[in-house]
Each structure stands twice: as structure tokens, then as C-alpha cells.
Design a protein around this ligand. Structure first.
Ligand code: KG4
Ligand code: ZN
Length: 340
């Protein structure tokens, strides 16, 4: 089954064509970094407008690269939740129009289920059940993945997402937007022990909740007291800040994996592209003897191949959305306590 995926939930307009939820035939991502950089974060209205300009050329480019036409796909999958409502609507209306004119089946994909599905595009995906750490600009969650569309959130952040901690930290340090990758780059040559930062978890805490707002405040106090450093000292500060985020993510993930008895762990979402997190999780996997799965960096950040992969499994289950499919800006994953 060949699926066209469309993603426009935040600041990337993306389209991809994927066979059987696993083989990427073509994928295109148009980033809006330049649009939002001068504001230090995503401006929702500008994001919607940029999606409107980009969405048709991006979908067309995916078909051109694949050397096929719309008639050759068997279904259309589009992110309809969660995300910026105006941004979501652009991809959603495009997908609906294409489904309407072709009569092809349509499914709405939860963006986080999309992130979880990026790993199925790799040759050796994790078996079910497994534990997933989703770390993106808007979400930080530990999730038990029982099946392709059967996921249970075990815990999430109580305040900022890990990506938000990176982006707000980078903004404070004048590193521009998006900041995660800038901190990552500088941290590579820095000393992670140079500046002590708080880690929001107690020694015996096996829960799956996170908190990053205190860390951000701590960086603010540091900058107020010492100013924004330059050169090696800036690299040291970035390395220390990144290490504080990574340490909490790694420690929580390994504890919850142990608690849940899960020996396969994946990390996904934009922050899974972080070199410190990838290295930290790899070291933990060796020590704790779990098998670690991480998509390549370009499939950690927002893309449409992951949406097509998730949509494939929904279509296979017989799911079909009508033309009344709506954008849902806030839609938490199901929690364990909601299961009956
Ligand atoms: O998954 P994603 O592309 O969009 C959302 O669903 O939010 O994640 C974007 C987030 C941003 O906060 C960005 O700064 C962060 O992922 N990010 C990184 C890196 N690459 C992207 N954070 C740290 N290190 C990176 N290399
Ligand atoms: Zn995302």
C-alpha cells in the first residue's frame, strides 16, 4: 500500500510517499526557520501563511521525486492533531481536497504517533511492546508502545518540553532559533561539568514525569549574574546546560524501562537528534542491556514520512476519515489510568 503523508503541525511543511509503512519512495521538507528566526520562536500566524505558500509545491515535489502521480497512491495520511490550529488546517485542507478529487481513503494522524512511527522506516524496528521517549519542541513523554496504534503515555513533562528548554536556553544565550541544534554544536567542544545545573528528579524517583522550567530559570540566574560568556566559556555553559537536560532524560528512561520490564527502547522527536542524548542513551543501553533504536536525525525532526508510516497502519486497520476531519490543537495521548 502506497501512502502520501502530509505534515504541517508546526513550522515544517512536509510531504512524503511511503510504501507499506516502511519504504520511503520520496520525501520533501520545507523549513520555515528563516521566517521565525528574527522572533526567536514560531509565530503561529506566519507559520500558517508560510504553509499556504509551501504546501502545494512541497506535495508536487514529492511526486516529482518519486516519478509517480496522485493516481498511484492508495491512501492519504495527514497530521490533524496536536499542533498550531492554523498550521494544521493547511495540511488538513490540502489532504482533504486531494482525497475528495481522487476518492482515495483519508486518515488523520496524531503527530506523536507519527514521531513513534519514524523508527518503522528503518530496517530493524523495535518489536512490541517497547518503551519510547518522545522528545520534541512541544512534548516530552515516556510512552509504552504496545502496537502500531496502541500506545499508552506513562508520564510527561509538567511544564516545559525538552525542546523548549533547549530553544529558550538558546534564546537567552543569543544563539538564535531554532536553538537546540546551536546548543548541540557548541556543547561538542565544551566541558559538561563546568557549570552545575539542577536536575529535577530525586534519587529514588521512578515516576515518568519531567520538569524543565527550573533548569531554564537557573540558566537565567546564571546569565544575570555572569552575563553571556564568549568562546570556550560559552561552549562550557552550553555543554553543562545540555548535560543537565540529557541526564534527566536518560535516567528517567532507564528507570522506567526497568520498572516496566521493557528491554527495547526507542527515542524520537526533534531532541532525539541531539548528539549528547544519543550518546548518553547509547551508554545507558550498554550498561542496562536494553536495545536502543533511534531514527536518523532528519527523521527525528518533523517530517511527513513518519506520518505516512503511521497512516499506513491506520488504513490497514480499516480506519477512514470523512471530509469533516477537523484539526485538534491539543490532544494528549491516552494515559494508563484511562484504559479499561
Ligand atoms: O519534533 P520537532 O521537529 O517538532 C516538534 O514536534 O516540536 O522538534 C523540534 C525541537 C526543537 O525544540 C528543536 O530545537 C529541537 O527539537 N532539536 C534539537 C536538536 N535538533 C532539533 N534539540 C537539541 N539538539 C538537537 N540537535
Ligand atoms: Zn514533531
Amino acid at each position: 500500500m502506497r501512502v502520501l503523508g502530509i505534515e504541517s503541525s508546526c513550522d515544517e511543511t512536509a510531504a512524503a510517499i511511503v510504501d507499506d509503512g516502511a519504504r520511503v519512495i520520496a520525501e520533501v521538507v520545507a523549513s520555515q526557520n528563516e521566517v521565525h528566526a528574527k522572533y526567536g520562536g514560531v509565530v503561529p500566524e506566519l507559520a500558517s501563511r508560510a504553509h499556504i505558500l509551501n504546501v502545494v509545491p512541497v506535495v508536487q515535489a514529492a511526486f516529482d521525486r518519486a516519478g509517480i502521480s496522485l493516481a498511484d497512491v492508495d491512501g492519504i495520511a495527514v497530521t490533524n492533531a496536536p499542533g498550531l490550529s492554523g498550521a494544521l488546517l493547511v495540511g488538513l485542507q490540502t489532504a482533504k481536497a486531494l482525497a475528495w478529487v481522487t476518492g482515495k481513503p483519508l486518515v488523520g494522524v496524531h503527530h506523536l504517533v507519527g514521531h513513534l512511527s519514524a523508527i518503522h522506516l528503518e530496517t530493524n524496528p523495535p518489536p512490541m511492546p517497547h518503551l519510547a521517549l518522545i522528545v520534541s519542541g512541544g512534548h516530552t513523554s515516556l510512552v509504552r508502545v504496545n502496537g502500531y496504534v496502541d500506545v499508552i503515555e506513562l508520564g510527561a513533562t509538567r511544564d516545559d518540553a525538552a525542546g523548549e528548554a533547549f530553544d529558550k536556553g538558546a534564546k537567552l544565550l543569543g544563539l538564535g532559533y531554532p536553538g537546540g541544534i546551536m546548543i548541540d554544536r557548541l556543547a561538542r567542544t565544551g566541558n559538561p561539568k563546568a557549570v552545575p545545573f539542577p536536575k529535577a528528579m530525586t534519587a529514588k524517583d521512578t515516576g515518568a514525569e519531567f520538569s524543565f522550567s527550573g533548569l531554564k530559570t537557573s540558566l537565567l540566574h546564571h546569565v544575570r549574574a555572569h552575563g553571556v560568556p564568549e568562546g570556550q566559556a560559552l561552549s562550557d555553559l552550553c555543554a553543562s546546560y545540555q548535560a543537565a537536560i540529557v541526564e534527566v532524560l536518560v535516567r528517567k528512561t532507564r528507570r522506567v524501562a526497568r520498572r516496566e520490564g521493557l528491554v527495547h527502547v526507542q527515542i524520537c522527536g526533534g531532541v532525539a537528534a541531539n548528539s549528547g542524548l544519543r550518546a548518553g542513551m547509547q551508554a545507558a543501553a550498554i550498561e542496562d542491556q536494553f536495545t536502543l533504536y533511534i531514527p536518523p536525525p532528519a527523521r527525528c525532526t518533523d517530517n511527513a514520512a513518519m506520518i505516512a508510516a503511521a497512516g499506513y497502519h491506520q488504513l490497514v486497520r480499516g480506519e477512514r476519515a470523512g471530509l469533516d476531519l477537523d484539526a485538534v490543537p491539543s490532544k494528549p495521548l491516552p494515559r494508563a489510568e484511562q484504559r479499561v
